[in-house]
Design a protein around this ligand. Structure first.
Ligand SMILES: NC(=O)c1ccc[n+]([C@@H]2O[C@H](COP(=O)([O-])OP(=O)(O)OC[C@H]3O[C@@H](n4cnc5c(N)ncnc54)[C@H](O)[C@@H]3O)[C@@H](O)[C@H]2O)c1
Ligand SMILES: O=P(O)(O)OC[C@H](O)CO
Length: 315
């Protein structure tokens, strides 16, 4: 299968580097690709040399003829980008972005299905820092594809000697695991940044995981999927690592400092998730306070008192 990567940020580039171990792969980015092609390096992944098998292009037509497109742009850019790629006519589109669209309140698979009804959608998600993948460190991800035969083909095509893909037909579960863990990672960062301690973080991770499972069950995902790589696995990584942009964004908010300029997917997803949960009568208290923190409506201190003063209940 001819594989094209749309989006030359850290993750898209890292996937292209890993896939180059299997054969040629095409990488498109919207800016600065001439410099990347000449130097075979990118500021997004310091210290990594892009192998010759990665064909680098700034011309979207350079992805013509690809059977599979890996969509590695930020989640909030996905819906507007898809119409510009329609001419490529791929058979499979694999969302590699993590989040819920703030306007449509849906995940990437539904956005792909409505923009490209003749393309098979899939979602790739799980615990993985781009730098680790690009360095060839062992990584395991979930691949969600409702069509079992297509999922199996994609699993073979996208696994590499160091990137191991597990397959499921529960697309919704895979995309929610990756999207919702970012919200909880921001909350954990806030708690740690405010000096509330590791016990508070463990409580937020655990009760946050309960919220992830509650929302997933509400929209028909399988609970086991959330217990896997995209879900528990990614929650554990993102809520505890200073490499995570969502967690470090929360750390800055908690400490009262200015967050670094970076792709922080949990910010928009917290708002989307809170809007949808509130409209559908679902109680997601950590999500609610996180959405209120990232929009500047409450402080981290307010959020903690709000959570601690809730009615006592059964676990
Ligand atoms: N970085 C990681 O470790 C990692 C790991 C797993 C998943 N992801 C996910 O991958 C997605 C992308 O994150 P990233 O880390 O690569 O981000 P990044 O900040 O490194 O880069 C984002 C890239 O997307 C490009 N971009 C923005 N809008 C675009 C558009 N409309 N069309 C094409 N390109 C566009 C930007 O120019 C930039 O190159 C996110 O959803 C993220 O959650 C990232
Ligand atoms: O840097 P973050 O917070 O976007 O996390 C990156 C990946 O999603 C971790 O699996």
């Amino acid at each position: 299968m001819k594989i094209g990567v749309v989006g030359a940020g850290a993750f898209g580039t890292a996937l292209a580097v890993s896939l180059a171990a299997n054969g040629p792969v095409w990488l498109w980015g919207r800016a600065g690709m001439e410099a990347v092609a000449t130097s075979r390096t990118t500021p997004r992944l310091p210290g990594i040399t892009l192998p010759e098998a990665v064909h680098i292009t700034g011309d979207i037509n350079g992805l013509a003829g690809c059977d599979v497109l890996l969509l590695a742009m930020p989640m909030q850019a996905l819906a507007d980008t898809l119409p510009t790629l329609s001419g490529l006519r791929a058979r499979y589109a694999v969302a590699c972005c993590k989040g819920i669209d703030r306007t449509r309140l849906t995940g990437p698979a539904e956005i792909i299905a409505s923009a490209w009804p003749h393309v098979t959608p899939a979602v790739l998600s799980g615990p993985s820092f781009a730098a680790d993948i690009a360095r060839g460190l062992p990584t395991a991800l979930s691949l969600g594809c409702a069509d079992e035969a297509a999922g199996s083909k994609l699993q073979d095509a996208l696994s590499t000697p160091t990137l191991r893909l597990y397959r499921t037909t529960d697309v919704t579960g895979v995309e929610l695991g990756g999207a919702l863990k970012n919200v909880i990672a921001i909350a954990c960062g806030c708690a740690m940044g405010a000096g509330l301690g590791e016990s508070a973080r463990a409580a937020l991770m655990t009760r946050g995981f309960a919220e992830m499972q509650r929302f997933a069950a509400h929209v028909g995902a399988q609970p086991e999927t959330l217990q896997g790589l995209s879900g528990f696995g990614d929650l554990a990584l993102t809520c505890t690592s200073a490499q995570s942009r969502n967690y470090t964004y929360g750390l800055a908010l908690g400490a009262g400092t200015t967050p670094a300029h970076a792709t922080v997917e949990g910010r928009a997803t917290a708002q989307a998730l809170h809007t949808r949960a509130a409209a559908e009568g679902l109680d997601l208290p950590i999500t609610a306070v996180t959405a209120a923190i990232v929009t500047g409506q409450i402080t981290v201190k307010d959020a903690m008192s709000r959570l601690l003063s809730r009615r006592l209940k059964e676990e």
